[in-house]
Design a binder for this molecule. Structure first.
Ligand SMILES: CC(C)(COP(=O)(O)OP(=O)(O)OC[C@H]1O[C@@H](n2cnc3c(N)ncnc32)[C@H](O)[C@@H]1OP(=O)(O)O)[C@@H](O)C(=O)NCCC(=O)NCCS
Length: 179
């Protein structure tokens, strides 16, 4: 899905193969090490990605990236039919940070996930950043996962995403090194 974002003159669109090298370079620039770049590579190649999008300027420059990967509910309880994914990582090119790119990218990609029928999105990150998109640490307490605490947050995109909790979930294998 293509999504042109108003005053920032950004287009939010799915990643294509030709973006992969520039996305890797963006990830390495945005994070202190290449851990996130390697994580995205592994998630892509194990087929775990639900959605991967970039924010592209009018010039064609890729300035932001976000990935969502499949999270598997345990095969017990009413939540076993939920479509659950996790947001990780999200990054904006250092020189473009604090200009609204990250917010535009996350807002547009969450709408795409809703259109795709995802019920619940999980994230592990700064509790000062993600609540502005509706992520809630209290809702995440109903999700039993290898992560806990206020940095672990959840956002329901459907009624079932709230109603069918609690659930126990497993993250895609490449996350094991972060547990
Ligand atoms: C986090 C990130 C994706 C946000 O994107 P962005 O385009 O800079 O964010 P926006 O312009 O939409 O929003 C800016 C606001 O986000 C908040 N914010 C940005 N980075 C933050 C962080 N690491 N922790 C907490 N809040 C943060 C601030 O409140 C900021 O407001 P300010 O400009 O008044 O300081 C971007 O800063 C980034 O790539 N950081 C490095 C990689 C990273 O830490 N990714 C997140 C991993 S969970």
């Amino acid at each position: 899905m293509n999504d042109a974002v108003g005053t920032l003159n950004l287009t939010i669109r799915d990643v294509v193969r030709e973006d992969e090298a520039v996305v890797r370079e963006l990830l390495i620039a945005a994070f202190p090490s290449d851990i996130e770049a390697r994580l995205v590579h592994k998630l892509r190649h194990c087929g775990a990605l639900v959605l991967e999008q970039v924010a592209v300027q009018e010039t064609g420059d890729v300035v932001g990236h976000v990935a969502y990967s499949r999270v598997t509910p345990a095969a017990i309880g009413s939540g076993q039919g939920l479509q659950v994914c996790c947001l990780a990582p999200v990054s904006v090119r250092p020189e473009n940070q604090h200009t609204g790119v990250g917010s535009a990218l996350i807002t547009a990609s969450l709408q795409t996930l809703k259109n795709l029928g995802e019920d619940l999105v999980l994230v592990l990150g700064p509790p000062t950043y993600y609540p502005r998109f509706g992520f809630d640490p209290v809702l995440a307490r109903k999700v039993q996962a290898p992560y806990a605490g206020d940095a672990f947050m959840a956002l329901a995109l459907t009624a079932a995403g709230t109603d069918d909790l609690p659930i126990e979930v497993a993250f895609a294998t490449p996350f094991e090194e972060f547990e």
